[in-house]
Design a protein around this ligand. Structure first.
Ligand SMILES: Cc1cc2nc3c(=O)[nH]c(=O)nc-3n(C[C@H](O)[C@H](O)[C@H](O)COP(=O)(O)O)c2cc1C
Length: 181
């Protein structure tokens, strides 16, 4: 199975990245091939709203660091997404990345990618109320579900959960999600 991971936090050692890497580890241990992207290291522009994708039924034509990603995604069976919460929402760069998936809907508003890509979504927030931002996390994954992807797990880390080590219950859950793709 092929898996793509998009890590959204600038913190390579923060809770959202650590959880994502546990899901990646689980997937690799299960024998899957995982390609990991670190969004903060990439040059990724916002959707230009040019309509070229929709009018021509093609992937985004922007020549930036997402270019190789589209091919990987078309081959993928699973997508691991992680992000911190900034200003009561998913961090801006991840929303920019999410917006770029506009190209996966055709001009008849039908998804232009194979159905059933499994999504594992991992979010980290400071606020201790795990439910507080659930609506925005669900809104975020809904954009992928609208492309016939299926959310396998959605995990939220709150500050009081503490450091994410492989023994942490949330890390075990993330690992398990990856291992059972
Ligand atoms: C610019 C900024 C805005 C933030 N806004 C919120 C917020 O609105 N609500 C919240 O619960 N946490 C907020 N946080 C805290 C982060 O979500 C929290 O520290 C999270 O654990 C960071 O995860 P990461 O280290 O994986 O990136 C904010 C942090 C930053 C830097």
């Amino acid at each position: 199975m092929k898996v793509v991971a998009m890590i959204g936090s600038p913190h390579k050692d923060g809770p959202s990245t650590r959880l994502a890497l546990e899901a990646v580890r689980g997937a690799r241990d299960a024998g899957h091939e995982v390609t990991v992207y670190y969004l903060n290291d990439m040059n990724v522009r916002g959707c230009q709203g040019c309509g070229t994708c929709k009018n021509n039924g093609i992937d985004c034509i922007l020549q930036d660091d997402l270019k190789p990603y589209w091919g990987k995604l078309h081959e993928a069976d699973a997508l691991i997404l992680s992000a911190p919460n900034y200003a009561a929402n998913v961090c801006g760069p991840m929303i920019t990345y999410m917006n770029r998936h506009y190209c996966l809907i055709d001009k008849n508003w039908k998804p232009r990618i194979h159905p059933g890509i499994q999504v594992i979504a991992l979010f980290a927030q400071g606020n201790g109320d795990r439910e507080m931002y659930m609506d925005v996390y669900r809104w975020f994954v809904a954009d992928f579900e609208n492309r016939k992807m299926v959310t396998k797990d959605l995990i939220v880390h709150v500050r009081d959960d503490g450091e994410v080590t492989p023994e942490h219950p949330l890390a075990k859950r993330a690992y398990q999600a990856g291992a059972t793709l």
